[in-house]
Design a protein around this ligand. Structure first.
Ligand SMILES: Nc1ncnc2c1ncn2[C@@H]1O[C@H](COP(=O)(O)OP(=O)(O)O)[C@@H](O)[C@H]1O
Ligand SMILES: [Mg+2]
Length: 259
């Protein structure tokens, strides 16, 4: 399955992506988790030691230059809009030492210049995402910021689901609807939501009502074990059975195309 996960900052995207990736790998599937959020945090949330520095693709200047014909930071030159990327996952993804079948790739930040997104880094990143969505043969799960920048018109339709994470709070709901609109613009139709940090019935009812028009995949309770795992630097899915149980249900629903 190919999933993109989006939502307001702090709602739990990275927590969900890590837990879903671990759940899929535990089911014996091959999984590529992609950190496409400039506020990269997927590696530690997957329990990869903080001293393990994974070089983001956007910082691989030699690679970018070799493939696009232009060096990041240079402007005005010509570069290839269709760089070769098919070998990049195998050379640049990092295998998780503790979870069989799970690999991680960190995209990194693209400094936005006056010229918008037409810089060599972005061209390469976008080509890479498009390649993975269209031709990758493993499960793909992308941790994206509140936008859906890397999903172009050509590839969006190949994503099985855009999963929007919400928490009990109006701003996260507003962000979810804005993301859905962006998705509709690129004819990405299958949007579903996951509610996170649910403390009680009132939280649940608030989101049920507010999210009425977007199918819900699940409600993950607020669990101190999750936030404490973050503080202790361990993967939340190793610390919270509640998180794992709910995520297993969410994965089931997506696999069985229920929502
Ligand atoms: N279900 C939950 N219960 C308690 N804390 C949570 C839960 N989900 C996420 N958190 C905490 O909320 C913070 C933000 O989560 P994170 O996954 O990094 O969000 P995002 O990637 O959307 O910015 C982290 O400190 C995380 O531990
Ligand atoms: Mg995050």
């Amino acid at each position: 399955m190919k999933l993109a996960v989006s939502g307001k900052g702090g709602v739990g995207k990275t927590t969900l992506v890590a837990a879903m990736a671990a759940e899929l790998a535990a089911r014996g599937r091959r999984v590529l988790a992609i950190d496409a959020d400039p506020a990269a945090g997927l590696a530690p949330t997957l329990g990869l030691a903080s001293d393990l520095r994974i070089v983001p693709i956007s910082e691989m200047h030699d690679l970018i230059e070799e493939r696009t014909g232009a060096r990041p930071g240079t402007s005005g030159g010509m570069f290839r809009m269709n760089p070769r990327v098919s070998d990049i996952p195998d050379t640049c993804a990092v295998s998780h030492p503790g979870i069989r079948g799970l690999r991680l790739m960190v995209m990194g930040t693209v400094k936005k210049g006056g010229g918008g997104c037409a810089c060599p880094e972005n061209v390469l990143l976008r080509a890479l995402v498009q390649h993975l969505v269209l031709f990758g043969d493993e499960d793909l799960i992308m941790d994206m910021e509140a936008g859906i920048e890397h999903l172009g018109r050509a590839t969006a339709g190949a994503v099985d689901r855009l999963v929007v994470v919400v928490e009990p709070g109006r701003r996260s709901v507003e962000t979810a609807f804005r993301i859905r609109e962006l998705a509709a613009d690129i004819t990405l139709v299958k949007v579903a939501a996951v509610a996170n940090k649910i403390r009680d019935e009132e939280d649940r009812r608030f989101l049920e009502k507010a999210m009425e028009k977007i199918p819900m995949l699940g409600y993950i309770p607020y669990d101190d074990a999750v936030s404490r795992a973050d503080i202790r630097g361990i993967a939340p899915f190793f610390a919270s059975p509640v998180l794992c149980r709910e995520v297993a249900g969410i994965v089931d629903q997506i696999i069985n195309e229920k929502v």
